[in-house]
Write a protein of this length. Sequence first.
Length: 331
Amino acid sequence: MNKIYLCIGVLLMWSAYCYPQKDAEDKRLLDSLIKEDDFLSMLNLLGEPSSYLKVNLNIGNKLFSINNNALNAMDQNKRLIFTPSIEYFNKSGFGISVAGYVINNNNKTAFYQYAITPSYDYVSGKKIEAGISFTKFFVKDKYSTVSSPIQNDLYIYTNLKKTWLKPGIAFGYSGGTYNEINFTDTTVFQQNRMIRIQFTDTVNTRINAVSLIATVSHTFSEYGIIKSNDALSFTPQLLLNMGSSKYVVSHKTSSMLYRPYTKTTTTRIRNFQEKSVSPALKIESLGLSLDATYRIGKLIFEPQLYLDYYLPSTTEKRFSQVFCFNVGYVF
């Protein structure tokens, strides 16, 4: 019994020694990081933003929108995209970024579109954070299957900051046009015999999509993981995506006589249906977003994975993934 008491006493003395030491070490490390305001404020861990210039190289399959992954999940033609970009953020909250999209299509690698995004983020508030951004896409060829059908993308968000779980809401409005050329080869019965015909159908599709997204998230943060000047933040987020979309489709064929044969349904967008009037806002999918940011010195690594499960009845696949991996350097 005396040995048991002796062991317990040793453990208590060891705990009393070690835990204050660990707390003191953590405080020293955090104090040293806080001295570099730009380091933590870029991760939005201090609540006091700083100005910075950042160059990025992003690899992923995000094409329709920079911020709205519920919209990106609708893309049925996901490809690997390389996106170099440069962005500037001012501590007042205003920012701007310019990006180019490099895609390999039919063994040809080139820039197929560009984007410019002015934005404003309010992150210094004690209770809420909010932001707005507008992306203008410049598409080189609207007939290309690798160009985005979205040319204008508005995104607004707001989150509560005080609670451990941060509830939020986001609104998106996106619009654009894209064209397809379908070549049809078929036979018809005419003048008592079968005739083979070949013709083309030029399809113009105008899109307007509204998104309303309810979110809940939490950010985990660690400092001094490998070196004293590094930090890691990880944010899992659950999303309930509601949406309303309108598609207006027009056809122009090489032979109006055979136009009924050319009206093929586009496979570019998930659950596409031609609608001349916007349907009511409805629940469309559940999403899980996993975002991480690791910074060491002026180098930043940002992996992101978004998983989307489509809820309404459909004959198409319900599950889709959007991913990207960004490497940035801060000046």
